[in-house]
Design a protein around this ligand. Structure first.
Ligand code: GLU
Length: 460
């Protein structure tokens, strides 16, 4: 049987890391089993859904390389299908009209609460052999309720949570169509999962309560339910459930802040799944290792410092030629145009950076004027060192422009003025790069244009 998984986000806010992890695992499971991964947008909440949120889902998945084989399907475009399936359920006697008004439902709830009972629909309108139903009120459009089986229980072997059994007595008769005939959430999900041939539903554990109801609808429609894996919540750094309401960032913001897609995949993979003690791995390794048997059972907590660390590891390991276009994009956002020196610049600076934004800030000194840090300039560019700087300008003017020749010029100035390397290197760095802390001076200067170096030294 071919594995078919799906990601079914509701576009009711900008998708954050906690949400996108629910895309990563079904994607990885499909990819690692040569299955299919389907994208379905659950946009039936018209008031809260927005096109902008759909765009962030699609952009974020594209950025992370979570490619889908089918879709995006939009639930709002499938209404006719849901209504047709609703007719099937009606014809088979699995649903019945319920005319209980909102006021009556509220009164029922209050009575139950007062009696310390769990609030639930009491089956007033559920037809049973020999039962007389109340008279149908005039001018009231009924909702349709699903007939939950009486007695027994629903059981499934959750791939994360283990065996779950819910007694049918716990479940009241779910509304599956509103008075205007529009189908409700749990029903649409099941019709989609059947039509899309989903074999494994991997989703957040906020849906565990829906699962027994969905399983009943599957069976009423003549299908066995898929395998379920309910992922524990992702908590934010304060230990609260990650949500846009408490400051979770849209996924695409991490792209803008200079995170690498492979590092994000690595980090997110570890938020709820493990392969021994492995912390840093490539996308290919992840897909080789991923399975549903090593999903964590407890909530995972987001840790920005760890994300930065993972990103730094990927940045260091990344090929300079592959890294350069990503840094070029960040430079472009700063209004700067990179050139063919950028891969070498990446190679020289990447060890001291944890994001492509940090790398672009270094690269900036090669593509825009620098303003030396005032305190560092005052500390290092002193009158005592100015004669040596002038000699260096002269030597560099006559120098072949490569790392070896530049290194030799620096050494000869040090000898001539009786200075130690830092006494000359610090002021040169401050003037050329804007700061005293840089990689090896000869390598840094060699990547600059000779004229630029000389002009910046003369400005000191
Ligand atoms: N649309 C639901 C959500 O965003 C997911 C439904 C599902 O995966 O079954 O939480």
């Amino acid at each position: 049987m071919k594995v078919r998984t799906r990601f079914a986000p509701s576009p009711t806010g900008f998708i954050h890391l906690g949400n996108i992890r629910s895309a990563l695992y079904p994607w990885a499971f499909a990819r690692s089993t040569q299955g299919d991964f389907i994208l379905r947008i659950e946009d039936t909440d018209l008031e809260r859904s927005s096109q902008a949120a759909v765009d962030v889902i699609i952009e974020g998945m594209k950025w992370l390389g979570l490619d889908h084989d089918e879709g995006p399907f939009f639930q709002m475009q499938r209404m006719d299908r849901y209504k047709a399936v609703l007719e099937q359920l009606k014809a088979a006697g699995h649903v019945y009209p319920c005319y209980m008004s909102v006021a009556e439902l509220d009164a029922l709830r209050e009575r139950q609460m007062a009696a310390k009972e769990k609030p639930r629909y009491d089956g007033t309108w559920r037809p049973e052999p020999g039962k007389t139903l109340p008279p149908v009120p005039e001018g009231v459009q009924p909702v349709l309720r699903f007939r939950t089986p009486v007695g027994g229980s629903v059981v499934w072997d959750d791939k994360v949570k283990g065996r779950i059994e819910i007694g049918n007595a716990e479940l009241d008769d779910l509304v599956i169509a509103r008075p205007d005939g529009t189908p409700t959430y749990n029903f649409c999900v099941v019709v989609d999962d059947i039509d899309m041939g989903i074999t494994h539903v991997i989703r957040g554990d906020d849906h565990v309560n829906n699962t027994p109801r969905q399983i009943h609808i599957f069976r009423a429609l003549g299908h066995e339910p898929p395998v379920y894996a309910h992922l524990p919540t992702v908590l934010n750094e304060q230990g609260e459930k990650m949500s846009k309401r408490n400051g979770a960032k849209a996924v695409t913001q991490y792209r803008d802040e200079g995170y690498l897609p492979d590092a994000m995949v690595n980090y997110l993979a570890r938020l709820g799944w493990s392969h021994g003690d492995d912390e840093i791995f490539s996308r290919q390794q992840f897909l080789q290792w991923f399975d549903l048997d090593h999903l964590g059972r407890s909530a995972a907590q987001f840790d920005e410092a760890k994300l930065r660390w993972v990103n730094a590891q990927h940045l260091k390991a990344m090929d300079d030629a592959a890294l350069a276009p990503l840094v070029a994009q960040q430079l472009e956002r700063m209004g700067l145009q990179a050139d063919d020196r950028l891969p070498a610049i990446c190679g020289l600076f990447k060890d001291r950076c944890d994001t492509t934004v940090a790398l672009a800030q270094w690269a900036r000194a090669f593509y825009a004027d620098v303003v030396p840090d005032a305190a560092e300039q005052a500390q290092h560019v002193t009158d005592a060192v100015r004669p040596a700087l002038q000699s260096l300008v002269q030597q560099l003017e006559a120098c072949a422009w490569d790392k070896v020749a530049i290194g030799a010029a620096i050494k000869s100035v040090l000898a001539e003025h009786g200075l130690k390397m830092p006494q000359l290197a610090m002021p040169v760095r401050v003037l050329v790069m804007g700061t005293a802390q840089t990689p090896s001076l000869d390598a840094v200067l060699a990547l600059h244009d000779k004229k630029v170096v000389i002009t910046r030294l003369q400005n000191g």
